[in-house]
Design a protein around this ligand. Structure first.
Ligand code: KIV
Length: 263
């Protein structure tokens, strides 16, 4: 999307222009989506859509570093966010050791951590040591096992108040933006209005400061399941399968390669 965004351009975008965030896990797709995205998220969702696991919990720091390097190679003009995987920020000291590895071994512009007020001291410790942080509140995929599933948040007054507290705590701790996931739209709107940094939604309605989607969901490549909040902008799985079937048929019928594909 033109010039690479910075922490301050992202912060200043609030109220001006919705932010476009898309995930990528490799150089090929990072390059393809770079012209359309303000920010590329190397999400730990790669553990599901890339590595085939059933949730994000088993993603490792090494995986995140490997994929972040690939994304940074493919999209050298993009603002890149790397997810800190489960178990890598259980204390502020551990978070700093691991986030420092991400910064030293990749060109990531910031890290993302899941959690609200309970993670504020960790966000403060990272930001005061030169690591920019994107928060992630609401439905937290890394808590899927402890919560017994993916549960939409903001359904009760208590949950709404907690989300507002979480957003304010993350902002006060120094985060420059945050993701809000799986939250009732009317509550996400109130949360976004309660802070002065951009709140980027996924499954949180239209009244926030931007949207993020997992690229393999929005391109219709991931077939295992489709959450309600996903819009498929193309039927990627069908397109890919049809192309592969055509190739297989042409190989079997000796219709490929032709003269123009031959030295
Ligand atoms: O891992 C990921 O892709 C994410 C998005 C769902 C926001 O955290």
């Amino acid at each position: 999307m033109g010039k690479k965004l910075t922490i301050s351009t992202i912060k200043n975008s609030k109220g001006q222009k919705p932010l476009v965030m898309i995930t990528a896990y490799d150089a090929l797709f990072a390059k393809l989506l770079e012209p359309s995205a303000d920010m590329i998220l190397v999400g730990d969702s790669l553990n599901m859509s890339f590595a085939g696991k059933s949730d994000t919990v088993s993603a490792t720091l090494e995986q995140m570093i490997y994929h972040t390097n690939a994304v940074c190679m493919g999209a050298q003009n993009s603002f890149v966010i790397t997810d800190m995987p489960f178990g890598t920020y259980t204390s502020k000291e551990l978070a700093l050791i691991n986030a420092t590895k991400v910064f030293q071994q990749t060109q990531a512009d910031c890290v993302k951590i899941e959690g609200g007020a309970d993670k504020a001291d960790i966000v403060t410790h990272l930001t005061s040591n030169g690591i920019a942080v994107c928060g992630h509140i609401g439905l937290l995929p890394q808590s899927v096992r402890s919560e017994g599933g993916y549960k939409v948040k903001g359904k009760t007054t208590e949950e709404k108040e907690q989300l507002i507290k979480d957003a304010k705590a993350i902002e006060n701790a120094g985060a420059f933006c945050m993701v809000i996931e799986g939250v009732k739209a009317e509550v996400a709107k109130v949360v976004a209005e309660a802070v002065s940094i951009p709140v980027v939604g996924i499954g949180a309605g239209a009244d926030v400061d931007g949207q993020v989607l997992v690229f393999s969901d929005m391109l219709g490549l991931f077939e295992a399941f489709t959450p309600k909040f996903v819009k498929k902008y193309m039927d990627g799985a069908t397109l890919v399968k049809n192309a592969l079937a055509e190739y297989a048929e042409e190989v079997q019928n000796k219709n490929f390669p032709k003269e123009e594909h031959t030295y």
